[in-house]
Design a binder for this molecule. Sequence first.
Ligand code: NAD
Length: 303
Amino acid sequence: MKVLIADGVSQMAVDILKDDFECVIKDKLPAEELLQIIPEFDALIVRSASKVTAEVIDAATNLKIIGRAGVGVDNIDVPAATARGIIVINSPGGNTNAATEHTCAMMLAMARNIPIANETLQKGEWNRKQYTGVELKDKTLGVIGMGRIGSGVAKRALAFEMKVIGYDPYINEERAKDMGVEVGTFEDVIAKSDFITVHMPLTDSTRGMINKDVMYKMKKGVRLINCARGGIIVEEDLRDAVLDGQVAGAAVDVFTSEPIPADHPLLGVKNIFVTPHLGASTVEAQVGVAVDVAQGIKAALNG
Ligand code: NAD
């Protein structure tokens, strides 16, 4: 059987597959070429560049499984695959640690003004007084979405001697309490926290969940972090609340639409700092997600 690796993945994934299957490795395969060669293949591995559209699935007459080396499957037409009986797998936990650590890095960098201090010192400005920070110790961190990443962030925040309060409609209260996390309502978390980090998926009910009304129910001077999905926090409302001083700072890795344009509302605002969706971008996570899907594909094709 033949496996097409369309977007180039870690060699460790290839090593898992190569003894049992013929692997064809491409990197950022053009859409027309994918459509042309897909009929030969039994399995397909993609990252985010290749779009597995209904047209591709229609042409994939031998395809049995599609593996997305990552978390989301937004680049795969899952209903079209399911209608054809093609399995779609992903790697929900392969980049959990990477995203957890990135969130903590964002929180620490924001608390100590590291991005702006670096930027200005690189220009030769020695601004010690201007960039006095705040400490995490004894502050309250609100974690909205206590899943894999949210609970990982909570655990690390506790090591910084923060008080952690979590909200999640499906929270395992006993597990949270065992960790040392206080369980609260959404309103509790919003009202009591000095830092708030969101870790839920983007759905119809979470889109715009952190909007202007909610931001003004937070403590004045709250700091917000979004390393989950763009759109959970309303970008224009966040910019306005930071400019107004209601929100003291924001650290944002994900955006409603990516990549963002140069005139994006979160760019050029003092006290907002951004990274270009780097949450999962570590060497280890790239290997983790690729190995997960390779093992899934091997198990599925070998029956
Ligand atoms: P997960 O499924 O383990 O956890 C999500 C949690 O959100 C669940 O516990 C769920 O009950 C909770 N939830 C659902 N609706 C909610 C609501 N309305 N309010 C509060 N909580 C709610 O997911 P995860 O692996 O921890 O990922 C969390 C987020 O991080 C996702 O949006 C994911 O796409 C994103 N992510 C981003 C990066 C990145 O590169 N920045 C990398 C990995 C994951």
